[in-house]
Write a new protein. Structure first.
Lengths: 350, 293
C-alpha cells in the first residue's frame, strides 16, 4: 500500500502517466472507428457540462437543476453566430460569455435566499427555457430547432469529420478541465469548500458566502456555455428539446453517479450521460426513465461518493480486513453515508 | 370586465392546485427540513392510482378517496424506507434523492400507463354559471372550494387535535419531541402521508383539465416551488396567498401582456421572484432564518 502511494506521488511516474494520456488522446481519434469517435466526442461534451455542474454543486454545495439551460444557450448562440457568418473565435467567446451573464443574473437573485432556494429557482430554467426558445424563433428556429455546419474537417488536415470534431472536443475540453482543476484546487476552491461545509464559518473568516455562491454559479454557467459550443461542434443541431427538464435531471444524476466534487468523476459522469440511455434502451425503451431513477437512488444508497470512490472503497475494505488495524475495521459498512460531495483530494489527481 | 372576472376565478382555481402542492412541500419541509421535488411526481402517481380504480369500475368519488388512502400509505412508505436514511445527512444529498425519486416515479407511471394522454373524468359538471356578468365554469369554483375546505381541515388538524400537536412538536424540535416520548419516526411518516394526500387531491383535481400524463405535474411543481419561495418557507398562509396571486397574475398576464401569452406565462412567477428576492429576501411573509454558531 505504502509502495503504491509512493509510486503515485513520484514526480516522474506522474509525468509519465500524463504523457501516456496525452499520447493516447492524440492517437486514439486516428485509429478508432467512426462510431466510437462520435461517442467519445459526445462523452467529452457532456463531461464538460457535468464539470460545470460540479463547480457549483460538488464543490460549493449549491444544488442546481438548471445547468442544461446554459448548455442550451451556448448551443443556440453558436448556431446563430455561425449562421450569420461571424468569426468563429468571436462565436466561441460569445457562446461562453452570454450563458455566463445569464447565470450571473440568475445567481444574483437566487443566492440571496439561503439554503435550498437555488435549487428551487434553477428548476425553473429548463421549464421556462423550452417555451422561451420556441418563442424566440428568429434566433432559435422555433420548435424545429436550428442546425449549423461549421465543424467539417478542413482540406489541409486530411482528417475525416468525426476525427476533426473529436480533436476539437479534446483540445477545448482538456483546457476547460485543466483550468477548472486549478481553480478548485486553489484559493477559490478552498473558499468554495468552506461555503459548502459551513456558511457561518465562511463569513467569520471574511469569505462572503453570497459572493462565492454567485461566483461558483457564474463559472458553472460559463463552463455550460463551453459545453454548448462543443455540443454544436459534435451534433451540429440544437432544438428546445436540448434543454428540457428531463435532460437537466439526467445531468444532475450523471454528476452524482460519476462522483460529486471530483474532476475524474465529471468524466465518468459524462460517460454515464451518454452511455446509460443506450444501455437502458437495450433492456426496454419504456423503462429508461424508471431505470435511471433507480440507478441514481441505488448509487446514493450504496456508493454515495459516486463511481469515482470505488477504488478508495475497495482499498479501505482490504485494509479493514487486515488484522491489527483497529482504526479501520468495520468503519466502512456501518458508518452513515457521507454526502456524495465528499471526495478526498487524493482521488482527484490525474 | 366579464373576461377579467373569468380570468381571476380561473386563476384562483389554478392557484388553489399550486397551493395544495405548495402546502405539501411546506409540510414536509417543516418536519424534515428538506424540499421534496418528487411531490408533484407522487401526485401524478396518485392520479394514476385513481385512474386504475376507475378502470376497475368504481365510481369516481370512491376511486379518488381510495387513491387518497393509498397515497397516505405511499407517502409514509417512502419516508420510512427511502428518506429516513438521508434525513439527518446533508440537505443537498436528500434533495438529490427526491430528484431521483421523481425520475423513478415518472418512469414507473410511463412504463405502466404509457406516456400517452389519458382522459380523466371531472368531479364537477362542465357547466358554467353567470357571476357578476362573467361566465364562470363550475369546475373552477368547485376546485377552489374543495382546496379551501381541505386547508381548513388541515388547520383544524394541526391546531385542535393531539396528533396535530405532536406533528408540530416534531417539526419544531425532533430531539425534544422524542425525549418527551413522542414516536418521532411514526409522526414523520404521518407527515409525509399527509403531504402525499394533499398532492393526491391536487392531482385528481387537475387531471381532467390537463389530461393524465406522467409529466403532468412538472409545471405545477414549479409554480408550487415559486409560491413556497414567495410566501416564505415558514408561513403556510403566506404560501397559499402567494399561490393564488401567482395563479391570478399569470392568467391575467397571458391575456393582457402580448409578449407573454399562454406559452410563456410560466415565466411570470419567476419575474415576481426576481423582484421579491432583490427587495425582500426572506419571502413576503417569511421570517429571516437566524443561524446560531
Amino acid at each position: 500500500m505504502a509502495q503504491a502511494a509512493g509510486l503515485k506521488n513520484n514526480k516522474w511516474v506522474r509525468l509519465a502517466g500524463i504523457l501516456i494520456v496525452v499520447v493516447l488522446l492524440a492517437v486514439a481519434p486516428l485509429i478508432l472507428p467512426e462510431f466510437a469517435n462520435q461517442t467519445v466526442a459526445r462523452i467529452g461534451v457532456f463531461a464538460v457540462a457535468v464539470l460545470g455542474l460540479n463547480v457549483v454543486m460538488g464543490y460549493t454545495g449549491q444544488v442546481s437543476l438548471g445547468q442544461i439551460f446554459f448548455v442550451g444557450v451556448g448551443a443556440y448562440v453558436t448556431a446563430y453566430g455561425v449562421n450569420n457568418d461571424w468569426n468563429i473565435v468571436l462565436v466561441f467567446l460569445l457562446a461562453i460569455l452570454i450563458p455566463g451573464i445569464a447565470g450571473l443574473l440568475v445567481a444574483l437573485a437566487a443566492a440571496r435566499l439561503g439554503g435550498l432556494a437555488i435549487a428551487m429557482v434553477t428548476i425553473a430554467l429548463p421549464i421556462v427555457g423550452v417555451p422561451l426558445a420556441k418563442r424566440l424563433s428568429e434566433f432559435t428556429g422555433g420548435s424545429q430547432g436550428t442546425s449549423a455546419r461549421f465543424s467539417d474537417a478542413p482540406e489541409w488536415t486530411g482528417l475525416f469529420d468525426d476525427q476533426w470534431q473529436l480533436y476539437i472536443v479534446i483540445v477545448i475540453g482538456a483546457a476547460t478541465f485543466l483550468l477548472t482543476r486549478n481553480l478548485v484546487r486553489g484559493k477559490y476552491g478552498r473558499a468554495f469548500g468552506i461555503v459548502k461545509s459551513n456558511e457561518a464559518v465562511a463569513s467569520s473568516m471574511g469569505i462572503s458566502p453570497y459572493r462565492y455562491k454567485v461566483l461558483a454559479f457564474t463559472i458553472a454557467s460559463l463552463i455550460g456555455g463551453v459545453a454548448g459550443f462543443l455540443y454544436m461542434v459534435v451534433v451540429q443541431y440544437t432544438s428546445p428539446e436540448t434543454m428540457s427538464f428531463g435532460h437537466s435531471i439526467t445531468l444532475l444524476a450523471s454528476m452524482v453517479i460519476g462522483g460529486a466534487g471530483s474532476i475524474i468523476g465529471s468524466l465518468l459522469g459524462g460517460a454515464y450521460y451518454v452511455l446509460a440511455p443506450q444501455l437502458t434502451n437495450l433492456i426496454d425503451p419504456n423503462l429508461t426513465a424508471a431505470l435511471q431513477g433507480a440507478i441514481l437512488l441505488l448509487i446514493l444508497f450504496v456508493l454515495p461518493g459516486g463511481l469515482v470512490s470505488l477504488p478508495r472503497l475497495w482499498r479501505r475494505k482490504r485494509r479493514g480486513a487486515r488484522p491489527g488495524d483497529p482504526a479501520q475495521t468495520g468503519t466502512v459498512p456501518t458508518s452513515p453515508p457521507p454526502a456524495p460531495q465528499n471526495t478526498q483530494s487524493e482521488e482527484r489527481g490525474t | 370586465m366579464g373576461t377579467f372576472v373569468q380570468l381571476v376565478i380561473d386563476g384562483l382555481s389554478a392557484g388553489s392546485i399550486y397551493a395544495a402542492l405548495a402546502l405539501a412541500i411546506v409540510l414536509v419541509n417543516q418536519a424534515t427540513g428538506l424540499i421534496n421535488f418528487a411531490q408533484g411526481g407522487m401526485a401524478v402517481l396518485s392520479a394514476y392510482i385513481a385512474y386504475a380504480f376507475l378502470q376497475l369500475g368504481l365510481p369516481l368519488i370512491v376511486a379518488i378517496l381510495a387513491a387518497i388512502v393509498a397515497s397516505f400509505a405511499l407517502g409514509a412508505f417512502i419516508e420510512r424506507f427511502l428518506m429516513r436514511r438521508f434525513e439527518r445527512g446533508e440537505p443537498d444529498t436528500a434533495i438529490v434523492v427526491t430528484v431521483g425519486l421523481l425520475t423513478l416515479i415518472t418512469g414507473i407511471c410511463g412504463w405502466i400507463w404509457s406516456y400517452n394522454n389519458l382522459q380523466f373524468p371531472s368531479l364537477f359538471p362542465l357547466d358554467s354559471i353567470n357571476f357578476l356578468g362573467a361566465v364562470v365554469s363550475v369546475r373552477s369554483i368547485g376546485t377552489t372550494l374543495v382546496i379551501i375546505g381541505i386547508m381548513l381541515l388541515l388547520q383544524l388538524l394541526f391546531l385542535r387535535t393531539k396528533l396535530g400537536l405532536a406533528l408540530r412538536a416534531v417539526a419544531s424540535n425532533p430531539q425534544s419531541a422524542s425525549f418527551s416520548g413522542l414516536p418521532v419516526g411514526r409522526l414523520l411518516m404521518a407527515g409525509w402521508g399527509l403531504a402525499a394526500v394533499l398532492g393526491a387531491v391536487a392531482g385528481a383535481l387537475i387531471a381532467p383539465q390537463l389530461t393524465l400524463t406522467p409529466g403532468m405535474m412538472d409545471t405545477a411543481l414549479v409554480y408550487a416551488l415559486a409560491a413556497v419561495i414567495l410566501g416564505g418557507m415558514s408561513s403556510p398562509i403566506g404560501v397559499v396567498i402567494a399561490a393564488w396571486a401567482i395563479g391570478i397574475l399569470e392568467n391575467l398576464a397571458a391575456v393582457y401582456v402580448p409578449f407573454i401569452g399562454y406559452d410563456l406565462k410560466i415565466a411570470v412567477p419567476f419575474i415576481l421572484i426576481f423582484v421579491v428576492l432583490i427587495l425582500r429576501p426572506q419571502g413576503l411573509f417569511g421570517r429571516k432564518d437566524v443561524v446560531r454558531v
